[in-house]
Design a protein. Structure first.
Length: 586
């Protein structure tokens, strides 16, 4: 035995171990092929991510009424959790505007008022979401990433942006707004203009304008970090607190510690429903970001693998003082723009945030609350995708209408109900698309092979005595009546010389028992007219259903064909073929 043969079992064992390890921990796979020249890019990208994540981690907890340190905890822990278990090389996971808005609505729905209690409940929701993610991955349910259509998601996020923008009125004016929604808070503000604290308004408005200016002239700069730094400098220089401007105050400097959030049994149902609502939005937007940057960098991410990454990040956040997180498009864009190659950049960012949490939180206590409002209001502007709405209007008015439904649902009924409306609108949208499958009669074009739709090909001619009908879609309980009516419409207009009717089932991947019963009714009606009913190109699942229903036996094996050409050949054996002019387009 050669040395290679002796070493082969060991090599195979190590390869299997490496494959298993990289499957469980994708970061290991990224580091195995790591190139030395990537290190500088990952280090710079990590610092850039931290520069953007720091102000976001401070500002976003305010959306849900959480202690400010929870945002830093969530930012740090999410970066580490996803880096180890996530499959994307560029995706940055952390606090997200839409997810925080849904979390805020869920906490209100659960009647959780005190900041400490909200923090515990947020951690519990994060753990539940993580468990749901892992369970979904185990069941291969990654397809839920496609459940919220892009128009619905666009409308939903635009609605969230409007609600978030209006939600900053109190922070930027010091006027206590009791109303919710979009219109009512503006009306309430109009009634209490005299209560506006002008130094706070001037601070917030000025910082908001600075944020928008930076976005325009230096889009790659860490705008939120610059805005917060300027606001702290102004606070020191002009003693804003003495002028009535509220400051952030002390922030806990301890590192996140393990704590198991204990649920109240009576609240489990409500918690599960709230967690599901947050999960749909968080994973829906997060997987879009992951896929977008994977496509840009020429690799693919698996939705089920991403569920594991998001699940690990959320469970870690829930157990270490954070709240639900998802893929963050702005921080991912920064990572990609600076040149981040692997998730090592996220680990560097987490380390930088830990240093800030330990050594520099004393400076943050001088941050004006109005600055947080300015950062969040600017984030709300960026979240409103007017260009996508315009594209939808130009491309499809129907899809634009669904986007408007998403906006109205959030603005009119609140964020959590808006999630349910978005899901419901998506279900209606999907049913509308599949409930009216496209179809057509087929014929031959002289000199060309195959069969062609008569209403699309002017030169196509129907075969005399034979009708070939193509339906392009599954035949299920919610669309079979439409298809049956279409076949009856054709039946009433067929030439009297028609002897056979062949259903081309090439695009019918699925049939249920309701459709089988409807096809039996159609076959019986053809029998009464002395027209034989047949099937061509039947797939295995529809064939099994129709065989179990006894339909194929009643049709007869001689009228079930593997190809449409076989059906035409069998028909032409019975009589010489003649060609008639094409019927009116369907």
């Amino acid at each position: 035995m050669s040395d290679v043969e002796k070493q082969a079992p060991g090599l195979i064992g190590r390869m299997r171990k490496r494959t298993w390890l990289t499957a469980v921990l994708p970061l290991v796979g990224q580091l195995q092929g790591y190139q030395p020249e990537w290190l500088a890019s990952d280090l710079m990208a990590g610092l850039a991510i931290a520069a953007v994540a720091l102000p976001i981690g401070i500002a976003y907890p305010a959306i849900a009424g959480l202690p400010l340190e929870t945002g830093l905890y969530a930012s740090i822990v999410a970066l580490i959790g996803y880096a180890v278990f996530g499959s994307s090389r560029q995706l940055v996971v952390g606090p997200d505007t839409a997810t925080m808005m849904v979390l805020a609505a869920a906490l209100t729905q659960l009647s959780v008022l005190e900041p400490e209690q909200r923090a515990v409940t947020s951690g519990l929701l994060s753990v539940v979401i993580g468990i749901l993610c892992l369970s979904s991955a185990a069941c291969r349910l990654g397809f839920i990433a496609n459940f919220l259509s892009r128009p619905i998601l666009t409308g939903y996020l635009c609605g969230v942006s409007l609600s978030l923008f209006v939600g900053q009125i109190g922070r930027m004016t010091k006027v206590r707004i009791q109303s919710s929604g979009f219109i009512l808070p503006l009306i309430e503000l109009g009634r209490h203009l005299s209560l506006i604290q002008l130094p706070t308004l001037a601070t917030g408005a000025g910082l908001f304008l600075l944020s928008r200016l930076l976005k325009r002239v230096a889009p790659r700069a860490p705008g939120p970090l610059i805005v917060l730094s300027v606001s702290i400098l102004l606070s020191f220089t002009f003693d804003l607190q003495s002028q009535g401007v509220s400051l952030l105050g002390p922030i806990a400097t301890s590192l996140p510690s393990f704590a198991w959030p204990r649920p109240v049994l009576s609240e489990l149902d409500d918690l599960a429903l709230s967690a599901l609502g947050i999960l749909v939005v968080a994973f829906g937007s997060g997987i879009v970001t992951a896929r977008s940057f994977a496509g840009k960098n020429h690799y693919r991410v698996d939705a089920n693998r991403e569920l594991i990454g998001f699940g690990a990040a959320n469970i870690a956040c829930g157990l270490l003082g954070g709240f639900p997180v998802t893929g963050a498009d702005s921080r991912t864009a920064v990572n990609d723009a600076v040149g981040g190659k692997t998730q090592l950049a996220s680990l560097v960012a987490a380390a930088a945030l830990i240093v800030v949490l330990i050594a520099f939180t004393g400076v943050l206590q001088y941050l004006p609350i109005a600055a947080l409002g300015a950062v969040l209001a600017s984030a709300a502007i960026d979240l409103f995708d007017a260009a996508e709405l315009r594209r939808l209007w130009q491309t499809s008015r129907t899809e634009f209408l669904f986007a408007v439904i998403g906006i109205v649902g959030v603005v009119g009924l609140g964020v959590l109900k808006g999630v349910m409306i978005a899901i419901g609108a998506t279900a209606v949208y999907l049913l509308a698309r599949v409930s009216r499958p496209t179809d057509g009669l087929l014929g031959c074009v002289p000199g060309r092979a195959g069969f062609h739709k008569l209403h699309r090909e002017p030169d196509a001619k129907a075969i005399s005595g034979l009708s070939i009908y193509l339906v392009q879609g599954a035949l299920l309980f919610f669309n079979v009546d439409y298809v049956s009516d279409r076949i009856r419409w054709i039946m009433d207009r067929m030439p009297r010389s028609t002897q056979w009717f062949i259903l081309d089932a090439e695009d019918v991947m699925t049939i249920d028992s309701t459709a089988a019963a409807a096809l039996e009714e159609i076959r019986t009606e053809f029998d009464r007219r002395n027209i034989r009913f047949g099937l061509a190109r039947l797939h295995s699942q529809p064939r099994k259903i129709l065989r179990n229903a006894g339909f194929l036996a009643r049709v007869g094996p001689e009228m079930v064909f593997d190809r449409v050409e076989d059906a035409v050949f069998a028909f032409e054996k019975r009589r010489p073929p003649q060609v008639l002019s094409a019927p009116e387009p369907m």
